[in-house]
Design a protein around this ligand. Structure first.
Ligand code: PLP
Length: 432
C-alpha cells in the first residue's frame, strides 16, 4: 500500500487525517474524490471510450449518498439502484432519471410504481410476477417500460459463498429453463407497455479471476441465440453486472478493469460477427471497484486490554456498526496509526470494536507501533459497503462522511445525533 505521510501523519488526498479526526470527530469515513475519479477514468479509457454503445451504471448500494451520485453523474455514468430509498437518493441528487436502472429480487408495488412514474431507464426483472405487473402499470399510466431479465448463469464463483450470486441455487435471477424463463420472454415480447431489451447477470462480488464473468458471457450469448431462433427476436442490450475485486490487504489483487472487460467484449464482438447479429449495448455495474479503495475510516483508540500470553485488544470507538464486513463474512482489513504513520511496528494487537458481539473484531493480529489511548486508527479500503451497511446497533450513531480532494475537505454526511436516533420513536399514552 502506497501511503502519503507528512510530519508523522497519514495524509489522504492531500488532507491530514489527524486534523480531520479532530475537526469532524471519530468514527469518520473519509473518501478521496481523486481515487474515485481515477477509477472512473480507467473505466472510461478501457471501456466507455474503447467500444461503441457501452455504458457504466454505478451500483449505488456500495456507497449511496447524494454527493457521491453527483460525482458519478459528472462522469457521464448511469446508475443502478435497488430500492425506493436508493431511487429517492438519486432523484433528490438530481440524477437524470432515464439513466437510472432498478434491480431487485423483490421489488414492491410501491417501488415499481415509483420507478415507472418517474420514468427510470430500465427495470431489471428478477421475478416471475413482474412482467404482468409492469405491463399492467405501464398501460394504466400510458407508458412504455424498458426491461431486461436477470438470469442465473449457473457459474461457480471463486469468492466467499455469502457474496456469490450466480449459482443455480440462488434467490437472484431467473433460471435459464424452458419452463421458467422462456414463457417470460415470450410474454415480454408480446406484452403491451413493455419494451424487452435483453438480459442481465451479476455473478458475484470481490472477484480477482475473470473465469466466472467469461463463463456467464458465453451462457448469455447462447441464450441470445436461442431467443433469436425461438422467437425471431433480436435483443438490444446485455448487462454484465459488477463484481470486480479490490485490494483490502496486501494479499488481495486488484485486476485492471480491462482484465475482465476486454475478453468479455471480445466474446460479444466475435458472437455478433459470427452470427451476423446487430451489436447490443453492453452495460456493466461496478460498485465496490469504484469506491472501496477511495474510502478509509478513522477511529480513536480507547481501552487497551492485554491478556498475557493470549493477545492484546485495542478498542476503537466504532466497529461492526460502521463496518460489518469482518463480522458478516470474515472480511480482512488492514490499517495504520494515522498519528504515528512514520513509526515502525512494535507490537501485535487485535483491533476490536465496541459493540456487544464477539465477532466485532475489525483486524486480528495487526502489527502497529506502540498503541496508546487517543491514537487515531485508520482502516483502509472501507469505501464500499461500510457506510452503506452501517447500523445503529447498541444505539451507536452513524458516523459523518467527509469527501477530500487535493487538500480540500467537505462534509457530505453529518454525524447522526442522539436525538435523530430516537426521533421516530413514540411512547404510547399507556406507558407515560
Ligand atoms: C451488488 C451488485 C452490483 C455491484 O457489485 P460490486 O461487487 O460492488 O461491483 C452490481 N449489480 C448488481 C445486480 C448487484 O446486486
Amino acid at each position: 500500500m502506497e501511503l502519503t505521510v507528512k510530519n508523522g501523519h497519514l495524509f489522504w488526498d492531500g488532507c491530514d487525517t489527524v486534523d480531520l479526526a479532530k475537526t469532524y470527530g471519530t468514527p469518520l469515513y473519509v473518501f478521496s474524490q481523486s481515487i474515485i475519479e481515477e477509477r472512473c477514468q480507467e473505466l472510461r479509457r478501457d471501456f466507455v471510450d474503447k467500444y461503441e454503445n457501452v455504458r457504466v451504471a454505478y451500483a449505488s448500494k456500495a456507497f449511496s449518498t447524494m454527493a457521491m451520485l453527483k460525482i458519478i453523474e459528472k462522469q457521464g455514468f448511469s446508475l443502478e439502484v435497488l430500492s425506493d430509498g436508493e431511487l429517492h437518493t438519486a432523484l433528490q441528487a438530481g440524477f437524470p432519471v432515464e439513466k437510472i436502472e432498478i434491480n431487485g429480487n423483490n421489488k414492491s408495488m410501491v417501488e415499481l410504481e415509483m420507478a415507472i412514474d418517474h420514468g427510470v431507464g430500465r427495470i431489471i426483472v428478477d421475478s416471475l410476477q413482474e412482467v404482468d405487473l409492469i405491463s399492467a402499470m405501464a398501460q394504466e399510466k400510458n407508458k412504455t417500460v424498458n426491461i431486461l431479465f436477470r438470469i442465473t448463469p449457473e457459474v461457480n464463483v471463486a469468492t466467499h459463498s455469502f457474496i456469490s450470486t450466480g449459482q443455480k441455487d440462488s434467490k437472484f435471477g431467473i433460471p435459464i429453463n424452458d419452463d421458467i424463463l422462456f414463457p417470460q420472454v415470450q410474454k415480454a415480447i408480446e406484452a403491451a407497455g413493455i419494451n424487452f431489451l435483453g438480459f442481465h447477470f451479476h455473478v458475484g462480488s470481490q472477484l480477482s479471476d475473470n473465469s466466472a464473468h467469461l463463463g456467464a458471457v458465453d451462457i448469455a450469448l447462447d441464450l441470445v441465440k436461442m431467443v433469436k431462433e425461438r422467437f425471431d427476436y433480436e435483443i438490444s442490450e446485455l448487462n454484465f453486472g459488477g463484481g470486480f475485486g479490490v485490494r483490502y490487504t496486501d494479499e488481495d489483487i486488484r485486476q485492471p478493469f480491462a482484465y475482465f472487460l476486454a475478453p468479455m467484449m471480445d466474446k460479444v464482438l466475435a458472437f455478433c460477427e459470427k452470427e451476423n447479429y446487430p451489436q447490443p449495448a453492453v452495460v456493466i455495474e461496478p460498485g465496490r471497484s469504484i469506491v472501496a479503495e477511495a474510502g478509509i475510516t478513522l477511529h480513536t483508540i480507547g481501552a487497551i486490554k492485554e491478556l498475557p500470553g493470549i493477545r492484546k485488544y485495542v478498542s476503537i470507538d466504532g466497529g461492526m456498526t460502521d463496518n460489518i464486513r469482518p463480522g458478516l463474512y470474515d472480511a480482512n482489513y488492514t490499517g495504520v496509526l494515522a498519528n504515528k504513520a512514520d513509526q515502525a511496528a512494535a507490537e501485535t494487537v487485535t483491533v476490536s470494536g465496541k459493540a456487544c458481539e464477539s465477532t466485532d473484531i475489525l483486524v486480528k493480529d495487526l502489527e502497529l507501533p506502540n498503541v496508546e489511548t487517543g491514537d487515531i486508527f485508520a482502516t483502509f479500503s472501507t469505501g464500499a459497503y461500510g457506510y452503506s451497511m452501517a447500523s445503529n446497533y447498541n444505539k451507536l450513531a452513524i458516523p459523518a462522511v467527509v469527501l477530500v480532494k487535493d487538500g480540500q475537505a467537505d462534509l457530505i454526511v453529518k454525524r447522526q445525533s442522539l436525538d435523530q436516533m430516537i426521533q421516530n420513536e413514540v411512547i404510547p399514552e399507556s406507558l407515560k
